[in-house]
Design a protein around this ligand. Structure first.
Ligand SMILES: [Zn+2]
Ligand SMILES: [Zn+2]
Ligand SMILES: [Zn+2]
Length: 87
């Protein structure tokens, strides 16, 4: 059983590293809506201490959550990705 537990821990560490290097890659990129860097905050960032999370669409384009919410609300009834026009 000990072997199995070690394997599980290794798997968790590997996944954690994968996620960290993946989000790190996004730091050099900018939001397709507001053109602000992902390691900064979007122009709609209002409350101090408020979080400005990133969101990835099905097409793998990433945006600030606040930016895409504003975009989707202005695109009713059908919202498309502002970068590639996919739904
Ligand atoms: Zn943005
Ligand atoms: Zn924001
Ligand atoms: Zn897209």
């Amino acid at each position: 059983m000990r072997c199995f537990q070690e394997l599980k821990i290794l798997f968790v560490i590997y996944r954690w590293h994968a996620v960290v290097s993946w989000t790190w890659d996004a730091h050099d990129e900018t939001c397709g809506i507001c053109r602000m860097a992902f390691d900064g905050c979007c122009p709609y960032y209002k409350l101090p201490g408020d979080d400005c999370p990133l969101i990835w669409g099905a097409c793998n384009h990433a945006f600030h959550l606040h930016c895409i919410m504003k975009w989707v609300n202005s695109q009713i009834p059908q919202a498309h990705c502002p970068m590639c026009r996919r739904e």
